[in-house]
Design a protein around this ligand. Structure first.
Ligand SMILES: O=C[C@H](O)COP(=O)(O)O
Length: 252
């Protein structure tokens, strides 16, 4: 039985003060659900000193190198002192807007795993790819870019994948629960091929893309959807708490 995992991706929102204020207003969350927030880098210091009521701390971005001439970047060792446990890799906004290639995403994923952090690997197709019938092949190839050659690799403590169809991100369009379930089931089957049945059975696969308190229950009730990676609806404490409460209820 996989525990529900609800992760907030605040993207480029919230100053350090606003991030702390979010937690000041956050109602108590049910312990039956794992939660985390991917905060902006500039809020991590303040959050590391604030009571987060059991919500894990994540960073949205980092550079895979240990140190060096990478102006504007931060390393995993720079994030660790703030209690960062999770890092995002392969988010479509990093892939599309900042031209992160499959190879660079893989480099980031394994750097985080080697460092002992938990990378969340995001995959997802554009509308053009979906309409051409290539959604499964595209997202499976994105998994292969990371897990295709496991020579010398040691998996992170937990494999977490976020399936986020690009056309659903921030658009108000959500994949139907059935479509999202079919994609997540396909990804889990592919993980079984690449990493073995046990790893695939334990991996948590999240859905992301315009998840809101009023549409999350049907998504989180699906067999192969183990939670959500939430953007817009995670910005307000009441909305985030409602997602966690409804998700908890939908999983019995
Ligand atoms: O990382 C989160 C996703 O990009 C989803 O964002 P959204 O909930 O605003 O559509």
């Amino acid at each position: 039985m996989r525990k529900l995992l609800i992760m907030a991706n605040w993207k480029m929102n919230k100053t350090a003060g606003e991030a702390v204020a979010f937690f000041d207003s956050l109602p108590a969350l049910p312990a039956e659900v794992d939660t985390a927030v991917f905060a902006p880098l500039t809020a991590l210091d303040a959050l590391s000193k604030a009571p987060l009521a059991g919500v894990g701390l994540g960073a949205q971005n980092f550079h895979p190198a240990a140190a060096g001439a990478f102006t504007g970047e931060v390393s995993l060792a720079m994030l660790a002192p703030f209690g960062v446990r999770y890092v995002l890799t392969g988010h479509s906004e990093r892939r599309d807007l900042f031209k992160e290639s499959d190879a660079f995403v893989a480099e980031k994923y394994w750097a985080a795993a080697d460092y002992g952090m938990m990378p969340v690997l995001c995959v997802g197709e554009s509308m053009a790819i979906r309409e051409a019938g290539g959604a499964e092949a595209h997202t499976r190839a994105q998994l292969d870019a990371v897990f295709g050659d496991m020579t010398g690799r040691v998996l992170p403590k937990e494999v977490i994948i976020a399936y986020e169809p690009i056309w659903a991100i921030g658009t108000g369009l959500t994949a139907t629960a059935e479509d999202a379930e079919a994609m997540c089931a396909s990804l889990r089957a592919h993980l079984a091929d690449r990493l073995g049945k046990d790893v695939a059975a334990q991996a948590r696969i999240l859905y992301g893309g315009s998840v809101k308190p009023d549409n999350c229950a049907a998504l989180f009730a699906q067999e192969n959807i183990d939670g959500g990676l939430i953007g817009g609806a995670s910005l307000e404490p009441a909305s985030f708490a409602a997602l966690v409460e409804k998700g908890c209820a939908s999983c019995g």
